[in-house]
Each structure stands twice: as C-alpha cells, then as structure tokens.
Unconditional design. Structure first.
Length: 211
C-alpha cells in the first residue's frame, strides 16, 4: 500500500520535535542539578541518549538549548503583537500579545509548562545564562518597539514611546516571572495572575501618553 508523503513528513516532524524537547528537558535538568557551567554538551547528549552530533543539529550552544523555550515564547509574542487589532492601545496590545503565549502553553497540556517553570528557575541560579537571556530579550524588545511604532505611525528613532513601553512591560513581566519561579507548586495560572498584577500598575499611565 502506498504511503502518503504528507503523513511521513508529519511523523518525521513529530519525531524531531520529541527529540528536541527531550534534549531541552535533559539539559535543563542537568543544569539545575550540576550547574550550568559544570555541565558539558557531551554529558547532555549522553543523558538524552543522542549523539553529540545530534545535539548540534538542534542547538549550536549550551545557552541556546537552555533558552530555547523562552526564545520561542518571545518570537510567538512578537507574531501575536503584529496580529493585534489596529485600534488597540499600544500597551494593551503588548499585554494581550504576551498573554497569548502563556495561554498557549497552558492549553498545550504536554509538559512544556513545567519545563518553562524549570527554565525560569535555572535563569535565577545562573548569572551567565541570565546575562545571555537579557541580551536576547534586548534584541526581541527592539523588534517589538519597531512593530509598535509601525502600528502607531511613529518613528522609533525620534519618538521614545515605543521603546519605553516595550522596555517597561518587559521589565514588569520579568519581575512577575522571577516571583513565579519561587512559588511552591507554581502553575501557569499563577504566572498569569502575577503578570496581571504587574501590568495593572503600568497599563493606564503608559497608554495615556499615546492619546
């Protein structure tokens, strides 16, 4: 019987996705147990039961595997921001876009929510990794600021409001995530609640300056 090529491709992609998450899960577990600096790629590959060359097919460096989930979430938030309704106030659009990524994690029910929590805890334990994360966050925030500027029809090089809004919202979300990572038995509902608390303080005064 002939095999549908699309089903083969789908099976192949699912297998690649399982391998990718297995490597991430193993790496984060080892980083938390042994320390980020003390864990080698060879040890991650061995524990994940893959060859080192397989590791490097998915990830170029240790920080890339450790930050994969948060980087993916940031990219999804940018796409969600681009898709927000044109008439939505800027900070409201940022809030709704970043909330979408957490809600998608919550609805996936595949264990990535728990892995994301462990990643947040890892960031708090590893200053070098936190520095790498903040550098990546700066890059995505620059792209979000330009997206916000395009939505509002302003020049981000002469109008500081897009950069200010994205930077302040980003700092508030990171503060919420830090507190979330310390909670025993933390859930994504807890994270959404903490994010809402942080953004409730900021949203109205920030949005007011765009009217």
């Amino acid at each position: 019987m002939a095999v549908d090529p699309s089903s083969v491709s789908s099976l192949r992609e699912r297998k690649k996705l399982r391998t990718r998450y297995a490597i991430i899960d193993t790496a984060v577990g080892l980083f938390l147990e042994r320390g980020y600096d003390e864990t080698t790629v060879a040890e991650i590959a061995e524990a994940a039961e893959v060859a080192p060359r397989t590791f490097f097919r998915y990830f170029a460096t240790k920080d890339e595997v450790a930050l994969d989930l948060v980087t993916e979430a940031d990219e999804k938030a940018l796409l969600a921001l681009e898709a927000r309704p044109a008439g939505e106030p800027p900070v409201t659009a940022l809030r709704n876009a970043t909330r979408t990524t957490v809600e998608q994690l919550r609805e996936s029910n595949d264990g990535t929510d728990e892995l994301w929590l462990r990643t947040q805890r890892l960031l708090e334990k590893s200053p070098p990794l936190l520095a790498a994360y903040l550098q990546r966050a700066k890059s995505i925030e620059n792209r979000m600021a330009r997206c916000l500027a395009t939505r509002e029809g302003v020049d981000p090089d002469t109008d500081m409001r897009p950069t200010l809004a994205v930077s302040v919202v980003g700092a508030a979300l990171r503060a919420a995530e830090r507190q979330w990572s310390t909670l025993p038995g933390a859930t994504l509902d807890d994270l959404l609640h903490l994010r809402d608390l942080a953004l409730d303080i900021l949203q109205e005064p920030l949005d007011r300056h765009w009217t």
